[in-house]
Design a protein around this ligand. Structure first.
Ligand code: B16
Ligand code: MG
Length: 219
């Protein structure tokens, strides 16, 4: 039986991915660039600065930009993002998530957050879910972001749980990769096309049923 569930935040607990997308789109537009949802898939789960680098790479003439300027742009994006998430409330918790958290508590399975976001703690608080979490790993606690396993191994180490007893839930390609390389059981939320490398894939969070996940884990 698994001892811990480690949840990604954006795209699993709440759909802040949409707000990240809108904020990047606005910033890209100011740079004379245009991004679409397909492009946005590769920004999921990776850090703010890495996301900016991918956007800047769309235009070779932007490659000479100074680090100072990049910092300014990343901060600007975060400011847009913060205005978008300002109104975030418990009604933004994705379907099935709170039931799953309750089940974990009931079954004495530990709960951690493994997010690449520097805003993770604030978001979990706004959603009213902070009480469920035994530990939160955010961008401030790791050196290497996803797809490196550090986000997930840091959570497991803190909880004192062997990696093979952990289940990592992720919506991003880089996130599933991180869970897999931590030698944990990966649950992908989203399209099989993107997440075929996960041990178990569900289409959306309403399909994250505790018993089904356990059954797949024990297979
Ligand atoms: P911030 P997750 C990630 O959250 C997002 O998926 C990714 O798109 C974002 O760039 C990253 O957080 C950093 O977020 O700018 O708030 O620090 O999916 O790992 O929970
Ligand atoms: Mg995510």
């Amino acid at each position: 039986f698994p001892k811990a569930f480690i949840f990604d935040l954006d795209g699993v607990i709440t759909d802040t991915a949409e707000f990240h997308y809108l904020a990047w789109k606005k910033l890209a537009k100011e740079l004379g660039l245009s991004i679409d949802r397909q492009f946005n898939e590769q920004l999921k789960g990776i850090s703010r600065m890495e996301s900016l680098e991918k956007i800047l790479a769309l235009d070779p003439s932007l490659s000479a930009m100074s680090n100072e300027e990049k910092e300014r742009l990343a901060t600007e994006k975060n400011e847009y993002y913060l205005t978008l998430i300002d109104q975030l409330q418990p009604d933004a918790i994705l379907p099935g998530i709170e039931q799953l958290l309750k089940k974990c508590v009931e079954q004495k399975v530990k709960i951690a957050l493994g997010s690449a976001s520097k805003n993770a703690q604030t978001i979990v608080e706004k959603l009213g879910l902070i009480e469920y979490f035994d530990y939160i790993v955010d961008a401030g606690k790791v050196e290497k972001g996803k797809p490196d396993p550090e986000t997930f191994t840091t959570a497991a180490d803190y909880l004192g749980v062997p990696y093979s007893d952990c289940i990592g839930l992720e919506d991003a390609v880089a996130g599933v990769e991180a869970v897999n390389s931590a030698q944990m059981f990966s649950v992908g939320v989203g399209s099989f096309e993107h997440l075929h490398h996960a041990d178990y894939v569900v289409e959306d969070t309403s399909e994250l049923i505790f018993e089904d996940i356990i059954k797949q884990y024990q297979k």
